[in-house]
Design a protein around this ligand. Structure first.
Ligand SMILES: CC(C)(COP(=O)(O)OP(=O)(O)OC[C@H]1O[C@@H](n2cnc3c(N)ncnc32)[C@H](O)[C@@H]1OP(=O)(O)O)[C@@H](O)C(=O)NCCC(=O)NCCS
Length: 164
């Protein structure tokens, strides 16, 4: 497995990868997320030959129907298929966890892809089925875990200041 660099990037750098991996049959506009351009939203890309081959986004956003600005959402967790299984995905997820924790986040949530549910369960996230808006039959469950003080040590604090 090559050691690929990762960097904090503007949203535009990660959108093509999101579109290719997460929404290949959908309009590109669906890969432009609300809050993408908020000042404290983090986008980190794994880079190869000048293009993103992995990505993670962490944004301040409450769980629907809740009004708690300490809740953070993970979005756009993607990795090119040939790079999967080697730890890059975990590294990107840890980057999101650490950043949200250092920003004072109380919990991290997201809608999982069907594919990634076992990976997130392995990494300590749980499926929430207790919220009124949740469709229990959905293949994309809402997953979450609380953020702890120890989580502030995760990821890459060097990326915390945008620098662009
Ligand atoms: C989700 C994704 C980024 C994860 O990256 P990855 O390279 O496959 O995952 P990693 O190799 O980093 O593995 C992460 C951890 O999950 C574990 N894991 C992987 N597959 C697993 C499975 N089926 N069951 C349980 N644990 C699993 C790994 O062992 C690793 O844990 P460890 O370091 O403690 O051993 C990547 O698979 C991907 O892009 N998938 C397609 C897009 C997608 O579904 N994204 C999620 C949107 S919510």
């Amino acid at each position: 497995m090559p050691a690929l660099p990762h960097a904090r990037v503007p949203a535009a750098v990660v959108r093509p990868l999101r579109a290719a991996i997460l929404r290949p049959d959908r309009p590109f506009a669906e890969s432009v997320y609300t809050h993408d351009d908020d000042p404290d939203t983090l986008h980190v890309a794994l880079m190869r030959d000048g293009a993103a081959v992995g990505s993670v986004t962490a944004m301040r956003q409450p769980i629907p129907e809740q009004d708690d600005r300490s809740q953070w959402r993970l979005r756009g967790v993607t990795l090119s298929s040939e790079l999967r299984g080697g730890g890059y995905g975990k590294m990107l997820i840890m980057v999101g966890i650490g950043y949200a924790a250092r920003r004072g986040g109380s919990l991290l949530w997201f809608y999982s892809s069907e594919y990634a549910i076992p990976i997130y369960l392995h990494l300590g996230f749980a499926i929430r089925a207790d919220l009124s808006f949740i469709d229990p039959a959905s293949p994309n469950p809402l997953m979450w875990r609380p953020l702890t003080p120890e989580d502030r040590l995760l990821g890459d604090p060097a990326l915390d200041d945008a620098g662009f």
